[in-house]
Each structure stands twice: as C-alpha cells, then as structure tokens.
Write a protein that binds this ligand. Structure first.
Ligand SMILES: [Zn+2]
Length: 262
C-alpha cells in the first residue's frame, strides 16, 4: 500500500480476517433484520471505502506521519513531558487518542458543515461491518488537521499512531457489525468497549438516540459524559434519506451538497 513506513508493524491479514469473520457471523447471527440487499449495500460501501483508503494513503498518512516523527524526535506533546517507558507511552497515547476521537465524533454531528459529510456514514439504511468503512472523502479530509493536532498535542510516536489506527479499524468493524452476541457476553464487553448493540443506537433515525454513544473504542467517555444509552435496537438511518434506490454511489458522493435538514 502507498505511504506505509518501514519498521512500523502493519497487520493487513489480521484486519481482513476480522472483516471476513464478521461477514460470516452477520450471515449466521444477524442482530437486526435487513431492509435492503446486503450484497448491493456492501459493494457500494466498499466503493466508498476504496476512495477513502486512497485519501488516507495520499493525504492523511503523508501529512500526519511526519508530525508523529517530529513529535517523537523533539519530545513534543503531553507524553514528551515525562520519560515514560515505551509501553506506557503507547498505552496512554491509545487512551488520549480515543478520547479526542470521541470529541471529534461529537463535532461531526454538531457542526453543520461536518454533519453534511458525516451523514453519508449514517445514511446507510442497514448497518454492518461495511458501514464502518463508509466515510465520505470530505470527512476524512477535514479530519486530517484534527488528527495532526491530536498527534502533536498528545505527543504520539509513529509506532503508536500506526498501532492505534489499526486497533481503531478493528474496533469500528466490530461495533458496526450486524452480529448478535450472547447478551451476557455483550454486557460484559460493553463495560469496557463499544459493542454492536451500543453503536446500533447511535445509528438510530431518532435524533435523541443518535446524540448518544459517541465513543469509538472505550465506553468510558460516554459513561463519563453521561451520553451512554442502552435499549432496544432502533430503525437505522437518517429520516429523509430512506429511499435505498436513490442512495447509489454517486448520490452518496454529492449528498453533502444537498440542503441540510437534519
Ligand atoms: Zn456518528
């Protein structure tokens, strides 16, 4: 892949295996009934994902990786203030990146401009692991300065950044998956991490349900901020974009340009 750095661990085989395993579980243990063809939705979401992956390779990684290298060399950022063992610096980087991603997620909903782009992710009328990859190119472009600021202010090393981004990808594949886990197992997991039932509520058509469960990794942030919501699985999507036939690939690309209604 373009832009990968030597000496930094990448796990494409593990990430692909997680996607395939979730796809198989979605066929055998679906959490929510499907309202549209899974094959068509997944192909469309993967097409959006291909554009996003190209953006990450061509824009985000070349812009953010040098910031991480600089922060490491100069000892910049919060984690540069103390001489921490690498494992502890990586663990703290994971926690602080996860919290600042929680804040970014709220911004993508509460800022009219960012919501225009983030709604492409929420307009999926069913939710599964492929939805986790469906982010508009524009949203990813807007997130580049935020990501650079996270890395600089926290003081994230290139190794910790690459590991966190891959862990985040596995986390979002998991909690977008349309998989029914045994309730007792999911309850236990949900004490620590975001699970499919929890994130399903964030994809509700109802605004007050959508304005909850913003975390992408640890459940802690929603719990601390009082934005954690549990309950039945809602209808998925956004109110005024329910016509699956109209939500084709090109329509999704121009969706941010339509008049803002929600
Ligand atoms: Zn969201």
């Amino acid at each position: 892949m373009l832009g990968l750095e030597a000496g930094i661990p990448y796990f494409p085989a593990l990430i692909s295996a997680v996607f395939v395993a979730l796809f198989w579980l979605e066929r055998s243990r679906p959490l929510r009934p499907e309202t549209a063809s899974k094959a068509r939705r997944n192909l469309r979401n993967l097409a959006v994902a291909a554009l996003s992956a190209a953006t990450v390779s061509l824009v985000e990684r070349p812009a953010v990786a040098p910031v991480a290298r600089l922060a490491q060399e100069r000892g910049w950022g919060l984690l540069g203030l103390a001489d921490l063992p690498p494992w502890l610096a990586t663990a703290l980087a994971f926690i602080l990146l996860d919290y600042t991603l929680y804040l970014w997620h709220i911004l993508t909903h509460k800022t009219a401009l960012l919501w225009r782009f983030h709604q492409v992710h929420h307009a999926d009328i069913d939710m599964d692991a492929s939805t986790a990859l469906r982010f508009h190119v524009g949203e990813l472009m807007f997130s580049v300065p935020w990501r650079a600021a996270q890395v600089l202010l926290i003081g994230v090393s290139p190794q910790a950044l690459a590991l966190w981004q891959q862990a985040l990808l596995i986390s979002i594949l998991f909690h977008h998956a349309n998989v029914e886990l045994p309730p007792a197992l999911e309850r236990r997991l949900n004490w620590l991490i975001v699970t499919p039932r929890m994130h399903g509520i964030h994809h509700s058509m109802l605004r007050h349900e959508r304005d909850s469960n913003w975390s992408s990794g640890l459940t802690l942030w929603d719990w601390l901020h009082g934005t954690l919501r549990r309950g039945e699985q809602p209808a998925i999507g956004i109110e005024d974009e329910r016509d699956e036939g109209r939500l084709g690939f090109f329509r999704l690309l121009v969706l941010p340009l339509r008049p803002n209604r929600s």
